[in-house]
Design a protein around this ligand. Structure first.
Ligand code: FES
Length: 202
């Protein structure tokens, strides 16, 4: 598969300045290659009239852009302070043992990549695990093991906030700005409670 100039031009047309389209274009590259490749960097640079160095500087700054391929499902366990003390560290250890891989590695069937991730601003649901950037809230080692086992078997899995879990490349296309028409879920009551409390008319 190769990059679609039609898709790239559609993304670029959404912005007043072409270079502002770099972040979604990088997601478009990941939707094709599964990570940021030299060819993808060259494609973004040529579409946006940037240098390869400029594209690389952005692509290497954000952790959502990967420099090596991952499995179909990128499982990121939050191990920042709150999630860690409420069970994030135990979840990582359990998943690592269950999957037979270390953090940063991918299962031999190329389905699951296990990572630690930084705070996802979802501490009200700690401990949190993200699968291809969808939230799995209030997890336990047992609950998230059920999730990864179902994904490896090709079963349909829904995040706790309602979104269907797609593959990393499918999700990358979504992040590039091409909706798949599936429900995206919502943040839920605990997160919205703070917003409600802060309303000036209360
Ligand atoms: S510490 Fe895990 S979401 Fe904030």
């Amino acid at each position: 598969m190769t990059y679609s100039e039609v898709d790239a031009k559609e993304i670029i047309s959404r912005y007043p300045v072409p270079r502002s389209a770099l972040l979604p274009l990088l997601h478009l590259v990941q939707s094709v290659d599964g990570c940021i490749t030299p060819a993808g960097i060259e494609f973004c640079a040529s579409m946006l009239e940037l240098t390869g160095a400029e594209v690389t500087a952005v692509a290497t700054f954000y952790s959502m852009y990967r420099r090596k391929p991952c499995g179909d499902y990128l499982v990121g366990v939050c191990t920042n302070t709150l999630c860690a003390v409420l069970g994030g560290d135990a979840i990582v250890e359990h998943l690592s043992n269950h999957l037979g891989i270390d953090v940063g590695e991918t299962t031999s069937d190329q389905k699951i990549t296990l990572e630690r991730v930084e705070c996802n601003a979802a501490c009200d649901y700690a401990p949190v695990v993200m699968v291809n950037w969808e939230f799995f809230d209030n997890q336990t080692p047992e609950s998230i093991t059920g999730v990864v086992d179902a994904l490896r078997k090709g079963k349909r899995v829904t995040a706790t906030r309602g979104a269907d879990i797609g593959t990393f490349q499918e999700t990358s296309r979504l992040l590039a700005g091409f909706p798949d028409g599936k429900p995206s879920g919502d943040p839920g009551a605990p997160t919205l409670a703070g917003l409600e409390a802060a309303r000036p008319d209360r």
